[in-house]
Design a protein around this ligand. Structure first.
Ligand code: ADP
Ligand code: ADP
Length: 215
């Protein structure tokens, strides 16, 4: 199964993707995580992306599509994929269609997390992740079960993102509305879009997604 998780920053894409990885053995391909790794490693792609990401703007379609292509290339054909944060423009959606077709993969669902933008700023400014495995947590909504220890990998180090501040978040929301939300009709025409209420608890959102995947 291949799915896209779609929703504005803070909608819960990463949270749900990491759960699906654990529970179903799917692979999460997050262009945000790939870009942050490139910035950290100081690669040419990272050098190009750093300032754009800090401002909350979109990195070029060519760069992110190249990253997705490289990561898909390493996967076994039967390995299910969750696209998290990609595609974000119509050009990326079209590029993904070609990449998947070239590998004989089919897109099963686009799951749109339906959220209220005002609540997202609080979600994002409270977000932190495991420094070792990227599992997302939240100051109020999702603390590790044992304080200071990652539930998934046991690491004791956590980090916060440079772009998780109110100003960059507002730009990211505007980018989502202007460039990403308009890709929905591309998938609606194929009848693969499913909406899940992203304002519910993490457990309830998980249930909504499972109902789509298992339905
Ligand atoms: P969030 O989880 O908050 O939605 P991401 O981690 O997916 O954010 O992305 C962080 C930043 O990385 C974006 O604001 C953008 O600058 C860049 N980025 C990630 N994915 C893409 C993409 N598919 N196209 C363009 N830019 C991207
Ligand atoms: P995205 O990848 O879409 O940007 P994340 O999965 O990183 O979003 O979630 C953003 C923040 O909100 C994280 O700190 C996460 O723990 C928290 N979060 C995710 N889903 C929910 C939810 N359903 N209710 C409350 N907080 C949530």
């Amino acid at each position: 199964m291949n799915i896209i998780l779609l929703g504005p920053p803070g909608a819960g894409k990463g949270t749900q993707a990491s759960r699906l990885v654990e529970e179903r053995g799917m692979v999460q391909l997050s262009t945000g995580d790939m870009l942050r790794a490139a910035v950290k490693a100081g690669t040419p792609v990272g050098e190009q992306a750093k300032a754009v990401m800090e401002a909350g703007e979109l990195v070029s379609d060519a760069i992110v599509t190249q990253l997705i292509d490289e990561n898909l290339a390493g996967l076994a054909p039967e390995q299910g994929v969750i696209f998290d944060g990609y595609p974000r423009t119509l050009a990326q959606a079209e590029a993904l269609d070609s990449l998947l077709a070239a590998r004989g993969r089919r897109l099963d669902f686009v799951i749109e997390l339906d959220v209220d933008e005002d609540a997202l700023v609080e979600r994002i400014t409270g977000r932190f992740t495991c420094a070792a495995c990227n599992t997302p947590y939240h100051d109020r909504y999702k603390q590790p079960v044992s304080a200071g220890t990652c539930d998934v990998c046991g690491s004791h180090e956590f980090k916060r993102r440079a772009d998780d501040n109110e100003e960059a978040v507002r730009t990211r929301m505007a980018e989502y509305r202007a460039k990403t939300a308009p890709i929905l009709p591309h998938y609606e025409a194929r009848d693969i879009v499913r909406r899940v209420d992203g304002m519910a608890s993490v457990a309830a959102v998980s249930k909504g997604i499972d109902a789509v995947l298992d339905g």
